[in-house]
Design a protein around this ligand. Structure first.
Ligand code: ZN
Length: 137
Protein backbone atom coordinates (compact mmCIF):
# COMPACT_ATOMS: atom_id res chain seq x y z
CA UNK A 1 0.00 0.00 0.00
CA UNK A 2 1.10 3.55 -0.54
CA UNK A 3 -0.37 7.04 -0.43
CA UNK A 4 -1.94 7.47 -3.84
CA UNK A 5 -2.90 11.09 -3.36
CA UNK A 6 -3.71 13.82 -0.90
CA UNK A 7 -6.80 15.80 -1.80
CA UNK A 8 -7.25 19.44 -0.88
CA UNK A 9 -10.57 21.27 -1.09
CA UNK A 10 -10.21 24.69 -2.71
CA UNK A 11 -12.61 27.44 -3.68
CA UNK A 12 -10.86 28.38 -6.89
CA UNK A 13 -8.84 25.81 -8.79
CA UNK A 14 -6.83 28.24 -10.89
CA UNK A 15 -5.80 30.34 -7.93
CA UNK A 16 -4.85 27.27 -5.91
CA UNK A 17 -2.85 25.86 -8.82
CA UNK A 18 -0.87 29.05 -9.08
CA UNK A 19 0.07 28.86 -5.41
CA UNK A 20 0.94 25.16 -5.38
CA UNK A 21 3.08 25.60 -8.45
CA UNK A 22 5.09 28.17 -6.53
CA UNK A 23 6.34 25.44 -4.21
CA UNK A 24 6.18 22.28 -6.30
CA UNK A 25 8.27 21.38 -9.31
CA UNK A 26 5.51 19.85 -11.32
CA UNK A 27 6.13 19.04 -14.93
CA UNK A 28 3.03 16.90 -15.26
CA UNK A 29 -0.40 18.23 -14.52
CA UNK A 30 -3.85 17.01 -15.44
CA UNK A 31 -7.28 18.52 -14.96
CA UNK A 32 -10.29 16.28 -14.90
CA UNK A 33 -13.99 16.61 -14.25
CA UNK A 34 -15.32 13.93 -11.92
CA UNK A 35 -19.10 14.22 -12.36
CA UNK A 36 -19.80 11.43 -9.84
CA UNK A 37 -18.28 13.54 -7.07
CA UNK A 38 -19.30 16.91 -8.58
CA UNK A 39 -15.77 18.23 -8.59
CA UNK A 40 -13.14 19.51 -10.95
CA UNK A 41 -9.75 18.14 -10.00
CA UNK A 42 -6.24 19.35 -10.80
CA UNK A 43 -3.71 16.57 -10.31
CA UNK A 44 -0.17 17.61 -9.53
CA UNK A 45 2.00 14.58 -10.20
CA UNK A 46 4.89 14.15 -7.80
CA UNK A 47 7.38 11.31 -7.85
CA UNK A 48 5.52 8.74 -5.74
CA UNK A 49 2.21 10.37 -5.15
CA UNK A 50 0.11 13.28 -6.26
CA UNK A 51 -1.69 16.23 -4.81
CA UNK A 52 -5.24 16.77 -5.99
CA UNK A 53 -6.82 20.18 -5.77
CA UNK A 54 -10.59 19.88 -5.82
CA UNK A 55 -13.05 22.62 -6.67
CA UNK A 56 -16.78 21.91 -6.40
CA UNK A 57 -18.74 22.12 -9.65
CA UNK A 58 -22.15 22.30 -8.00
CA UNK A 59 -23.60 23.77 -4.79
CA UNK A 60 -24.70 20.26 -3.75
CA UNK A 61 -21.22 18.83 -4.21
CA UNK A 62 -19.83 17.24 -1.03
CA UNK A 63 -16.89 19.62 -1.47
CA UNK A 64 -19.19 22.67 -1.33
CA UNK A 65 -20.48 21.41 1.99
CA UNK A 66 -16.95 20.79 3.23
CA UNK A 67 -15.83 24.32 2.26
CA UNK A 68 -18.84 25.85 4.00
CA UNK A 69 -18.31 23.91 7.19
CA UNK A 70 -14.53 23.80 7.44
CA UNK A 71 -13.05 26.09 4.81
CA UNK A 72 -10.22 25.19 2.49
CA UNK A 73 -7.82 22.45 3.54
CA UNK A 74 -6.99 18.75 3.40
CA UNK A 75 -10.12 16.86 2.48
CA UNK A 76 -8.87 13.30 2.34
CA UNK A 77 -5.90 10.98 2.02
CA UNK A 78 -6.10 8.13 -0.48
CA UNK A 79 -4.44 4.75 -0.07
CA UNK A 80 -3.85 2.49 -3.03
CA UNK A 81 -4.92 -1.10 -2.62
CA UNK A 82 -4.13 -4.04 -4.92
CA UNK A 83 -7.37 -5.75 -4.00
CA UNK A 84 -9.95 -3.16 -3.09
CA UNK A 85 -12.75 -5.64 -2.40
CA UNK A 86 -10.61 -7.60 0.04
CA UNK A 87 -9.36 -4.49 1.82
CA UNK A 88 -12.85 -2.99 2.08
CA UNK A 89 -14.14 -6.26 3.52
CA UNK A 90 -11.30 -6.31 6.04
CA UNK A 91 -11.90 -2.67 7.02
CA UNK A 92 -15.63 -3.31 7.49
CA UNK A 93 -14.98 -6.48 9.47
CA UNK A 94 -12.69 -4.44 11.74
CA UNK A 95 -15.48 -1.97 12.45
CA UNK A 96 -14.53 0.83 10.05
CA UNK A 97 -17.52 2.88 9.00
CA UNK A 98 -17.57 2.93 5.20
CA UNK A 99 -19.15 5.84 3.32
CA UNK A 100 -21.19 4.39 0.51
CA UNK A 101 -20.15 1.48 -1.66
CA UNK A 102 -17.51 1.11 -4.33
CA UNK A 103 -17.83 3.69 -7.06
CA UNK A 104 -15.90 5.17 -9.94
CA UNK A 105 -13.45 7.96 -9.21
CA UNK A 106 -10.83 9.76 -11.26
CA UNK A 107 -9.14 7.69 -13.99
CA UNK A 108 -12.14 5.36 -13.89
CA UNK A 109 -10.63 3.58 -10.90
CA UNK A 110 -12.85 2.06 -8.24
CA UNK A 111 -12.83 3.97 -4.96
CA UNK A 112 -14.59 4.10 -1.63
CA UNK A 113 -14.26 6.15 1.55
CA UNK A 114 -13.87 5.43 5.25
CA UNK A 115 -15.59 7.81 7.66
CA UNK A 116 -13.25 10.26 9.44
CA UNK A 117 -14.74 9.19 12.79
CA UNK A 118 -13.20 5.76 12.26
CA UNK A 119 -9.76 7.23 11.53
CA UNK A 120 -9.17 10.04 14.01
CA UNK A 121 -10.62 12.85 11.97
CA UNK A 122 -9.19 12.00 8.56
CA UNK A 123 -11.47 11.03 5.69
CA UNK A 124 -9.62 8.18 3.97
CA UNK A 125 -10.13 6.84 0.48
CA UNK A 126 -9.28 3.39 -0.76
CA UNK A 127 -8.55 3.34 -4.46
CA UNK A 128 -7.81 0.54 -6.81
CA UNK A 129 -4.17 0.23 -7.87
CA UNK A 130 -3.60 1.63 -11.36
CA UNK A 131 -3.26 -0.84 -14.21
CA UNK A 132 0.35 -1.55 -15.23
CA UNK A 133 -0.29 -0.34 -18.75
CA UNK A 134 -2.71 2.40 -17.70
CA UNK A 135 -2.44 5.97 -18.89
CA UNK A 136 -1.25 7.17 -15.53
CA UNK A 137 2.49 6.47 -15.78
ZN1 ZN B 1 -9.34 11.08 -3.81
Amino acid sequence: MRVDHIAIAVKNLEEALKNYQKILNVDHLEIEDVPNEKVKVAMLMLQDTRIELMEPTSPDSPISKFLQERGEGIHHIAITTDDIEKDVARASANGMKMLGGLRTGSYGRRITFIHPKSLHGVLTEFCEAPQENGKEE
